[in-house]
Ligand binder design. Structure first.
Ligand code: ZN
Length: 338
């Protein structure tokens, strides 16, 4: 608090000063009240999965873009893999991790136990289906280095999965061996990540979809090849730069439009403690993931080891989506935002 030096002010100053204070408070109060009736900024959400980055690896790597997004309260550790030793225990495998986010349920419900995704149970609705059921005009998009996120996990276009839920998708490049010839070092997947990132940033800045998902893979490939070490750290640095491009797009939307963006970045599993090459089991390091968000109104829950299945209810809260009671009752998680 700043107190003016009495000696510098003539007698009577205090009355003027106090009157000015009262007036300024009154002005602020009158200005704030009509604001309550103004339309709120349109809520928007984008979530990004960066494959296979253990929490300790992320924490020990310089990631200026993720740091800017999280500020001083948007980073937390979280977990995947369900409840250890109980029915919901789920493998720390990629597709199971993605689908825990997408459906807000563990593998014993959504039935995704591996990357084959042979028989997912679409009775557990994904976030895009919930959004479209709430309001079919909501604009949805997917940008992905793995095509089966769309064709199998979301089952996009399948009647059992709620039909077509994506207004735009950008994927299929790992199947395009002409544009992206496969090399044994898996460099092509890094190139696809760049391609997917550039389009996600462009599309978000131009169209501002209400709900979008960006999936990038190359960190997991590097982890499987080299395990923990400088190669993986170098790829995490590149991932951070990819996220930075999408974050710039989000910031441009916030600046130029009346929109309220929530961006959330996470990973699908950790890595084994011995080498960092593998994952799939129930060790602490494989089960431990992390969230980075710019989201406001984070509840205490966010800092108490939230679960991957908490992301869906949190996005639902941010976007203000209604969902059928039956779908809500099936959820394994809870919102970590108010
Ligand atoms: Zn993975």
């Amino acid at each position: 608090m700043y107190f003016p030096d009495k000696m510098k002010y003539p007698p009577g100053y205090w009355r003027v000063f106090v009157l000015a204070l009262i007036l300024s408070n009154t002005t602020m109060a009158t200005a704030a009240n009509p604001g309550e009736n103004m339309p709120k900024p349109t809520p928007k959400a984008v979530f990004i999965i960066l494959d296979g980055i253990a929490a300790d690896v992320l924490e020990s790597t310089p990631t200026p873009n993720l740091d800017e997004i999280s500020g001083d309260k948007g980073y937390t550790r979280a977990y995947v893999g369900g409840v250890r030793g109980q029915a919901s225990e789920s493998p720390t495998i990629s597709a199971s991790g993605y689908n825990s986010l997408l459906t807000g349920t563990w593998s014993n419900k959504n039935n995704v136990w591996d990357n084959e995704v042979n028989d997912p149970d679409y009775g557990y609705w994904d976030i895009f289906r919930i959004a479209k059921a709430h309001d079919a005009t909501l604009h949805t998009a997917l940008f992905s280095t793995w095509t089966e996120n769309r064709t199998r996990l979301l089952g996009n276009g399948l009647e059992a999965a709620g039909g077509d839920k994506l207004d735009y998708h950008f994927d299929g490049f790992e199947l395009d061996t002409e544009q992206f010839p496969h090399d044994i070092a898996y460099d092509y997947l890094g190139k696809i990540d760049n391609h997917v990132t550039d389009e996600a940033a462009r599309y978000i800045s131009v169209h501002g979809p209400d709900l979008s998902w960006v999936y990038l893979e190359h960190t997991d490939d590097i982890g499987h090849m080299y395990g923990d070490g400088p190669e993986l750290i170098a790829e995490v640095v590149i991932m951070d730069q990819r996220v930075g491009k999408i974050w710039q797009a989000v910031k441009s939307r916030q600046r130029d439009h009346d929109e309220n963006w929530m961006i959330l970045i996470t990973t699908d599993h950790g890595r084994d403690a011995e080498t960092g090459m593998g994952h799939g089991g129930q060790t602490e390091r494989e089960r431990t993931v992390w969230f980075v968000t710019n989201g406001a109104d984070l509840r205490e829950r966010y800092y108490q080891m939230p679960a991957m299945v908490d992301v869906l209810p949190s996005i639902v809260t941010h976007l203000g989506l209604d969902m059928p009671e039956k779908i809500r009752e099936q959820l394994d998680g809870e919102s970590f935002i108010d």
